[in-house]
Design a binder for this molecule. Structure first.
Ligand SMILES: CNc1nc2cc3nc(NC)[nH]c3cc2c(=O)[nH]1
Length: 372
């Protein structure tokens, strides 16, 4: 039996919740979980240098298969020696499979058993993605962790539609496993779907667990459903997944959603939120969100967050960052992006410490009291 590219080591289960402290070992290093993964859609975490990501404690970062397939093309990235070489990042990289981008970005033409026909969102050109094509692109990009090609159905779709969708997604997952060229160096994760239907989540999980993936994503969430609905689906979905493998909740999220996902047994998260809101001057702080562009901060010479120890908070004030944003100085975006990413990575550090000391629920209460 060859060693899989990625292994998970469960270090400790929280006494009072479903939270787990663990480590995930990849060909590019071992990383503590629960973890937040910054998103680098086009092979760059927007406005951040790899050295800055490293100093704030990022371990695994994301890149988008759909975007990189379109530009610069997976063949160019492969020629460059793969994504790690191309973007000068020597730690973990995870690529999604393009499934979600096709359903959320591109002008959808139609979904068939074979795959998805759609239009390139940049130039309207007709494109086709199948499980085999998506896996071939991810193999060429060379990420340590790859996602299966799946359909992310609308959360409120009918039971019948979602049943047919998860059955096709399971057939696609199997086709992806067969097409995968480098299982020793790249771990392919299965993606559990099923919308808000317990029976369909059980069926999807059963199908994928029987295919023995090295890790599992929980898909079909953070697509407009309420936080209560997402938490309810997690309550009955994470227990269906193997304890000795990582669980990755896609597209999450905000500080409260991260804490609630960890409590329900999730190990890995990704979200564009921190860098996206940073670009319009919204910062995450221990007291909630702070829109530093607001006039009330014009003469506020405090850091973004007085409890934050990041580069931006140690060296710059709200007044200065507001001035940079108001004058379209690029450095302003860099400071808000740095701070928001640091804030979430630091939140995960605090969550891991709380699990270690069996005080995660106390930490959640304290956090929400301040965060509002
Ligand atoms: C790659 N496949 C795949 N990606 C996803 C990305 C997501 N991102 C969000 N919210 C921002 N929800 C998601 C669901 C999926 C999903 O169900 N499948």
């Amino acid at each position: 039996m060859t060693t899989p590219a990625v292994t998970y080591n469960l270090i400790k289960k929280d006494k009072h919740t479903g939270a787990r402290l663990g480590q995930i070992t990849t060909p590019h290093g071992t990383f503590d979980t629960p973890m937040f993964m910054p998103v680098g859609t086009q092979a760059s975490v927007k406005a951040m240098a790899p050295e800055e990501l490293k100093e704030m404690g990022a371990g695994v970062i994301l890149a988008n298969t759909y975007h990189l397939w379109l530009r610069p093309g997976e063949d160019l990235v492969e020629e460059a020696g793969g994504l790690h070489q191309f973007m000068n990042w020597d730690q973990g990289i995870l690529t999604d499979s393009g499934g979600f981008q096709v359903f959320s970005l591109a002008e959808l033409r139609n979904i068939t058993e074979e795959g998805v026909h759609f239009k390139n969102h940049l130039n309207g050109q007709k494109l086709f993605l199948s499980p085999e094509k998506a896996i071939a692109i991810e193999n060429a990009l060379g990420a340590d962790i790859m996602m299966s090609f799946d359909e992310c159905p609308p959360f409120f779709e009918s039971y019948d539609y979602i049943k047919k969708s998860i059955e096709r997604t399971s057939r696609w997952a199997e086709r992806g496993l067969r097409a995968h060229k480098n299982p020793q160096t790249q771990a392919l994760f299965g993606i559990v779907q099923g919308g808000g239907h317990k029976a369909l989540r059980e069926q999807s999980a059963r199908d994928l667990v029987s295919l023995d993936f090295p890790g599992y994503s929980i898909g079909g969430l953070s697509v407009g459903e309420s936080k209560a609905e997402m938490n309810h689906v997690l309550d009955f979905t994470t227990p269906l997944l193997p304890e000795n493998k990582p669980r990755y909740l896609m597209g999450v999220g905000s500080p409260d959603a991260l804490i609630d996902g960890v409590i329900r047994g999730v190990d890995m998260f990704d979200c564009v939120l921190p860098t996206r809101i940073a670009r319009n001057g919204t910062c995450m702080t221990s007291k909630g969100r702070l829109v530093v562009k607001n006039a009330k901060y014009a003469r506020d010479f405090r850091p973004l967050d007085e409890k934050c120890n990041c580069y931006a908070c140690r060296n710059y004030t709200r007044a200065y960052i507001r001035h940079l944003l108001k004058t379209d100085e690029i450095f302003g975006l860099r400071l808000t992006s740095y701070h928001n990413l640091y804030f979430l990575l630091d939140l995960m550090r605090k969550i891991r410490a709380a699990i270690k000391e069996d005080r995660l629920l106390d930490f959640r209460a304290e956090f929400f009291e301040e965060y509002g």
